[in-house]
Design a protein around this ligand. Structure first.
Ligand SMILES: [Zn+2]
Length: 455
């Protein structure tokens, strides 16, 4: 090859490298342009003094939640303002305003080509899947107790309710002492960002594993005399249940039966099922990444395995993920993934529209259907159908023992009704017994869900 053609080749290669680099930059610009430009300062400059953006946030039925113009204007309803705090944040910027940051480009009319935000009197609008009515009902029902209420439609993924408490009125923010018990983790959205010791709601996981892995589990019976000794330590039950089968054991929440089942399954199988059911996964939607739950039985002895099977030891669940699992049990093993933002428009043109998707298969259809039947049996024979607003429901309670302080009360389940395909979770920190504390709260929330979906 002579000198000239070598140079031509070299030039060609250099030109190709330059072209490749240009393509990379253009693609990255298309994806990230707003973040390189004025984005952060505008999105976070959402303070009373800043007038650069104008938008309105509405609930699923068009009920007014918040407007941002020269400053923020909130709903007239104090319960609704408090219930929405962890979604919308306040002016102090200590609560992460996840959806406003995630969709700020769309909401404020960002133009990719000019690299600027639109000016003038045009307005952004965001419609949420949340129901103002259900949010306010959950806030009232909690009566200031710390905890979480979550409800979603497991067929569509729409979250109707996500209330995290403690909260406060953003129009009249209190002086917050983060050391004070009443403000414990007040800036955290517990529904997405917290994990809890599940207590007996975790028996659903153990039961799912047993249905799949122990062939004759449904024809077995377990003898509960109120306690079980495992390696010299007593596991105490909440009663003396006598002979119980799996369904009765779940209905009565029998620790003795579930400790034996957990030991028979063993550490690896129990861990495997907790993971398959998504306990250790993070759900991602609308800018949220939910906190992962936990099960860790590495080097665990028999006692620890038994305790893990009844929802203690180092088990942890995230409320949003566990609610989604309830949806999957009601829906044959797969549920819609939850989401919060339905649509974002700017100047009346649609900039974002939710595209719902499904979870992976969390459990086989037969196991999901059987678990759903057993959880319905518990509603009829233990919790009381009266609490479920006339819906065909299944549920499981939990009372999670803390190292110190009062037990947390948990309650999770679903309605299997074609018009109200709802999965729910209620958690009251320090609330004591799961069902007696949570079912009256759930009833108020489900009643308002039915009114909302009928309207
Ligand atoms: Zn028992």
């Amino acid at each position: 090859m002579n000198k000239l053609s070598k140079r031509a080749w070299l030039t060609m290669v250099l030109a190709l490298v330059l072209l490749g680099g240009l393509v990379v930059i253009l693609v990255q610009y298309g994806v990230n342009a707003s973040k390189w430009a004025a984005y952060r300062s505008v999105a976070l400059a959402d303070t009373p003094d800043y007038g650069g953006d104008k938008y309105t946030i509405l609930d699923r039925s068009g009920v007014f939640l918040m407007e941002k113009d020269q400053g923020r204007t909130y709903s007239d309803d104090p319960a609704l303002r408090k219930a929405m705090l962890h979604v919308l944040g306040d002016n102090r910027l200590q609560i992460q305003r996840v959806i406003l940051e995630e969709y700020s480009d769309d909401l404020m009319g960002y133009d990719r080509f000019s690299g600027s935000f639109a000016a003038g009197n045009k307005e952004g609008q965001m419609q949420l899947t949340l129901s103002a009515r259900v949010q306010a009902a959950a806030q009232d029902a909690l009566e200031g107790k710390k905890g979480v209420v979550g409800v979603y439609n497991y067929r569509t993924g729409e979250i109707l309710c996500m209330v995290s408490s403690p909260n406060y009125d953003p129009t009249d923010p209190p002086a917050i002492d983060e050391e004070a018990p009443e403000f414990e983790a007040v800036f955290v959205n517990r529904f997405t960002g917290a994990s809890y010791i599940p207590g007996s709601v975790f028996k659903i996981v153990t039961a799912a594993a047993a249905l799949e892995e122990i062939g004759d589990i449904e024809s077995r019976s377990f003898l509960c005399q109120g306690q079980l000794e495992v390696d010299g330590e007593r596991i105490v039950c909440n009663g003396v249940h006598g002979e119980v089968d799996l369904q009765e054991a779940l209905c009565r929440s029998c620790n003795v039966a579930f400790a034996q089942i957990a030991l028979e399954l063993g550490a690896d199988t129990l861990t495997d099922y907790a993971k398959r059911l998504g306990i250790c996964d993070s759900l991602s939607f609308d800018g949220y990444d939910t906190r992962k739950g936990n099960i860790d039985l590495k080097d665990a002895g028999h006692q620890s395995i038994a305790w893990a099977g009844i929802g203690q030891y180092n088990d942890l669940i995230n409320p949003c993920q566990f609610m989604t699992l309830m949806g999957a049990i009601a829906n044959g093993g797969i549920a819609a993934e939850p989401y919060l933002v339905q649509q974002v428009t700017y100047d009346d043109s649609i900039r974002y529209e939710a595209k719902p998707g499904n979870t992976y298969r969390l459990l086989p259809e037969a196991a999901a259907d059987r678990l759903a039947e057993m959880m319905h049996y518990a509603v009829v024979n233990n919790y009381g159908e009266w609490y479920f607003s006339g819906l065909y429901a299944g549920a499981k309670s939990g009372t999670a023992e803390q190292g110190e302080g009062d037990n947390d009360a948990l309650f999770a389940g679903f309605a299997q009704d074609p018009d109200y395909p709802l999965a729910f979770i209620v958690i009251v920190e320090g609330g004591g017994a799961g069902s007696s504390t949570c079912t009256p709260i759930l009833k108020q929330v489900l009643d308002s869900c039915v009114v909302e979906l009928d309207s």
